[in-house]
Design a protein around this ligand. Structure first.
Ligand SMILES: Nc1ncnc2c1ncn2[C@@H]1O[C@H](COP(=O)(O)OP(=O)(O)OP(=O)(O)O)[C@@H](O)[C@H]1O
Ligand SMILES: [Mg+2]
Length: 355
């Protein structure tokens, strides 16, 4: 099937044509330059940028694939989580296109989009799998028992900031600009990951939950202390600690669930230190690891097309009444009890993240 995927949940307008796990055409317009001055995504500005970019981006995807809209078989569009005004732009465009071309339409959970990016880069779908979703707005450990969106359960989650959000905020403290993750990674190469100490993340017994806000606050205190560390050292220490927290939870999830395939997903998965540390853990613990190439880790239409195809094959259908779901809670994912008698703890956040 030739699937058009449309993504407008945050600050990238993107569309792609995907067929048989191959990207035939892709357009991405990033708004990073627009939001940089504010240190984070400004929702109203994001909506306006999506409006300007959506038609050219879809045209670019179709032209890259050498197709017209009439050649498509399915339209997939992100319906959330994300910024409501931004989501509405993609949804409206997708609905109009599907109606005009008499094509089936399917709404996609953006987070599953990130996970399904792996099917565009070497993962042959087989279940159950674990997924570490680590992005700008979310940090979750998921278990997928099948391709249908409803077969996803949450094993653990950040109790406060998403990892990407923490990267962005520490980068802002260091005057590195937005988005912060790539800037921290770059600076960290010149730093000593053991130059200073950051506090140990408190662990809840039997929980796979994570936490990043304590590290962020400790970094803030160091930056504003009488003798602040060199920025490169702080970047290296902070990155190492975030990576250690993520890797430790993945290893625990593999051990407790017995599931031995892990998919990594989301913008922070582009981080080289995280990729290296996870590969090392996979080798040591004997699990199979899939991580998309960095360009497919951040938001793109291809991952939406791939996740949309899986949802469509599982029987999902949408029509002109499809509405945005800005918060992850609206998707109704259940929390899975952690094996060995553990319990996942109570939850707090999700949903759009801004400046
Ligand atoms: N090399 C990197 N190292 C660390 N973090 C990175 C890197 N590249 C991107 N990021 C982070 O990834 C995040 C963006 O990822 P993504 O596009 O998946 O998030 P989002 O779409 O804004 O959030 P969500 O997917 O949760 O709705 C930003 O926080 C950015 O700093
Ligand atoms: Mg994303």
């Amino acid at each position: 099937m030739r699937v058009l995927g449309i993504e407008t949940s945050c600050d990238e307008t993107s569309a792609a044509v995907v067929e048989d796990g191959r990207i035939l055409g892709l357009g991405i317009v990033s708004q990073a330059d627009v939001h940089r001055a504010y240190g984070g995504v400004v929702p109203e500005l994001a909506s306006r940028q999506h409006l300007a970019a959506i038609a050219p981006v879809v045209s670019e995807a179709l032209e890259g694939a050498g197709m017209r809209a009439a050649d498509l078989d399915l339209v997939a569009v992100t319906r959330g989580p994300g910024l409501v005004g931004a989501l509405l732009v993609g949804l409206s465009f997708a609905k109009a296109l599907a109606w005009r071309q008499r094509l089936p339409l399917v709404g996609v959970n953006h987070l599953l989009g990130h996970v399904w990016a792996n099917a565009l880069s070497g993962w042959t779908p087989a279940f159950p799998v674990l997924a570490l979703l680590v992005s700008g707005g979310h940090t979750d450990l998921l278990r997928l028992d099948g391709p249908a969106p409803a077969q996803t359960r949450i094993l653990g989650r950040t109790r406060d900031d998403a990892a990407g959000e923490a990267f962005d905020k520490v980068a802002r403290m260091l005057g590195l600009g937005y988005p912060g993750g790539p800037a921290i990674e770059h600076l960290a190469r010149e730093g000593d990951p053991e130059a200073v100490r950051l506090p140990v993340v408190a662990r809840l017994r039997d929980s796979l939950d994570m936490s990043f806000s304590g590290l962020k606050t400790a970094a803030y205190d160091l930056v504003h202390s009488a003798r602040p560390p060199a920025p490169a050292d702080l970047a290296a220490v902070f990155q190492a600690r975030v990576v250690a927290e993520l890797v430790s939870r993945v290893r625990a999830a593999v051990e407790r669930s017995g599931v031995r395939t892990v998919l990594v997903a989301g913008g922070v998965a582009a981080n080289g230190a995280l990729r290296t540390a996870l590969a090392e853990a996979a080798r040591r613990d004997g699990f199979t690891l899939h991580v998309p190439p960095p360009a497919l880790c951040t938001d793109n239409g291809a991952m939406v097309a791939q996740a949309g195809l899986a949802a469509f094959a599982a029987g999902e259908r949408a029509d002109g009444s499809l509405e945005p779901l800005p918060s992850i809670e609206a998707f109704g994912w259940k929390e899975a009890p952690v094996a060995q008698g553990g319990r996942a703890g109570s939850r707090r956040r999700s949903g759009p993240h801004g400046a």
